[in-house]
Design a protein around this ligand. Structure first.
Ligand code: PAF
Length: 278
């Protein structure tokens, strides 16, 4: 594996690639969830590139940018063991100019749910993903695939929309959520949870399980499902529970094969999200 810290070095590496590239963009603090993306990229491509960049433009004032877990050495080891070819770790100065044009998330999908609580988060996220996609594919691979987790469902939907709207030549590959054995969806932010908070945090995945049970019993009414989920979530400071279709439009009734159930809440001081695709 080659670690590259500059755009020039990245281009020198990708110029030598003669095949497909699988790309996994990350902000580091890698866990089993990221590994599953890397494994899928490894399986389906000739070359695998991972980026680690804690992107400042997607953090809001007062969020955990400075405290965001940084584990560069461990991350590099994980990438190496997973068979990554190039690990790209740029810094902010090489990724951004002081005064740049920007991307704005679309009005409806960008400003509901995560967008309500974190205005401008998605603009910054889309901006850096666009930059990274352009950088990794700069030397025109025979095929270019980028891997994103379904855990950030709204992020995934917006990236797919950006790729479509800007005619970006990449296949976006959505990957399933990875959970710990107790059901907690893996997240780099789980390290912030104390033992007691971790137990409380399990209510998020339990509420989704409850929703599935209801759907399996043919209860499709969104209001009924939401109420049952709120009951399970009684010890969580819930930000939202939502049932939307794959286009992130609100639903009155579950549509099997086209529904995402989303939950976000704060446990202690840690904000957590989870979702289920049915
Ligand atoms: O999901 C993430 O880790 C980030 O939002 C991403 C896609 C790497 C962009 O910074």
């Amino acid at each position: 594996m080659t670690i590259v810290n500059s755009i020039e070095e990245l281009f020198a590496q990708t110029a030598q690639f003669n095949g497909s590239i699988g790309f996994v963009p990350t902000m580091g603090a890698l866990h089993e969830g990221h590994l599953s993306l890397i494994r899928q990229a490894r399986k389906n491509n000739d070359f695998v590139v991972v980026s680690i960049f804690v992107n400042p433009t997607q953090f809001l004032e007062g969020e955990d940018l400075d405290a965001y877990p940084r584990k560069e050495e461990a991350d590099a080891k994980i990438c190496e063991l997973a068979g990554v070819d190039v690990l790209f770790m740029p810094n902010t100065k090489m990724m951004y100019e002081a005064d740049e044009l920007s991307i704005t998330a679309p009005a409806i999908r960008g400003f509901i749910l995560e967008g309500t609580k974190r205005p401008s988060h998605f603009d910054g996220m889309l901006q850096v993903v666009m930059k990274l996609l352009n950088l990794i594919a700069y030397n025109k691979p025979t095929a270019f695939r980028a891997y994103f987790g379904k855990k950030d469902a709204q992020q995934l939907a917006l990236i797919m929309q950006m790729v479509k709207n800007y005619f970006i030549n990449v296949d976006v590959v959505p990957c399933d959520i990875v959970r710990d054995s107790d059901g907690l969806a893996l997240s780099s932010r789980n390290v912030y949870l104390s033992k007691e908070e971790r137990i409380k945090a399990l209510a998020l995945s339990r509420s989704l399980k409850k929703a599935t049970e209801l759907v399996m019993q043919k209860e499709f009414k969104v209001e009924v499902i939401k109420e049952a989920m709120f009951e399970v979530l009684n010890e969580v400071d819930v930000e939202y529970v939502a049932l939307v279709n794959r286009q992130f439009q609100a639903l009155d009734e579950v549509e099997i094969g086209n529904t995402i159930i989303l939950v976000a809440g704060v446990v202690g001081t840690t904000r957590l999200i989870d979702n289920l695709w049915i």
